[in-house]
Design a protein around this ligand. Structure first.
Ligand code: ASP
Length: 285
């Protein structure tokens, strides 16, 4: 393999969304063919998914219980560069802001600080709210009212509300053997304001190093506790093929916790999930 791009549309986002993940992977591959590197490819692939409002990232992100949209996105590459934003509001493409954070001395900017930084970098005010998100929030509130939900404490962790995932992610390898991973999300289905999941957290939601790149989707609280992407990466670094490593990563979760993982290394590609997961793989020989 010389060039690889893999994209996903979230654990639980079914195959009917794979046209979106295909368009994103094709965009990433076009960037690589035109001389862009793996990081450029991951950013541009994720922008396609953030702009597709069927996915829960950028435009189309789900709202928190207070009706506000707070988004998380991050990037990491095999040169140990990393940047991310968490609980950022009112920007069109959080992944582009994450790219700018990568160029600062910091790794993660959150909340108002992240918004202020985005404005300083010239990202205009943008409302990512959609009809879909409004409807979804109303449904969630109704369920909260009727009690058709698990309790907020213990059972919250295991609660899976069908069809509500749709986080996006991408990994890429360019012909120099440089790797990058990225992820972007509006979060999970029911969230308190200020909640941040795995997606912008290095080691949990994404990881890249000289042996490959990995990113994940699923219930963030459970992914964080398993430091999932670094754990999968470490397997790859010790020689495991990415497909096997992704399957091993998924096996760490009980079936009621949705999870999906994509990865690339010199040994190949990996895609695994315990849910239907729209994704796309393009690998050039
Ligand atoms: N991992 C994301 C989060 O917990 C959600 C997802 O992948 O669907 O914020």
């Amino acid at each position: 393999m010389t060039r690889v791009v893999i994209t996903h549309g979230g654990a639980g986002a079914g195959k009917e969304y794979s046209d979106g993940t295909q368009r994103a992977a094709e965009k990433g591959m076009e960037v690589l063919r035109n001389g862009g590197n793996a990081l450029d490819a991951v950013v541009e692939a994720i922008v396609v998914l953030e702009d597709d409002e069927r996915f829960n990232a950028g435009t189309g992100s789900y709202a928190k219980l207070n009706g506000e949209i707070e988004m998380d996105a991050a990037l990491m590459d095999s040169r140990m560069q990393a940047g991310g934003v968490a609980a950022i509001k009112r920007v069109k493409n959080p992944i582009r802001v994450a790219r700018c954070v990568m160029e600062t001395p910091h790794v993660l900017l959150v909340g108002d600080g992240a918004v202020e930084f985005a404005r300083m970098k010239g990202f205009p005010d943008y409302d990512p709210m959609t009809e879909k998100a409004r409807k979804r929030l109303a449904e969630v509130k109704e369920k909260l009212k009727t009690g058709d939900l698990p309790p907020w404490a213990e059972k919250w962790k295991k609660f899976v509300y069908p069809g509500l995932t749709g986080t996006v992610g991408a990994v890429a390898m360019d012909e120099t053997g440089y790797y990058a991973a990225g992820s972007s999300t509006g979060g999970t289905s029911i969230m308190l304001p200020g909640r941040v999941g795995d997606s912008p957290q290095i080691g949990s939601g994404l990881y890249a190093g000289k042996h490959g790149a990995v990113t994940t989707t699923g219930i963030g609280e459970e992914i964080i506790k398993r430091v999932l992407c670094k754990s999968v990466y470490d397997k790859i670094a010790r020689g495991m093929a990415p497909q096997k490593a992704c399957e091993w990563g998924v096996s760490l979760f009980p079936n009621e916790i949705s999870v999906g993982i994509i990865a690339v290394s010199k040994k190949g590609v990996g895609v695994a999930s315990n849910r239907d997961m729209a994704h796309w793989v393009i690998a050039e020989e």
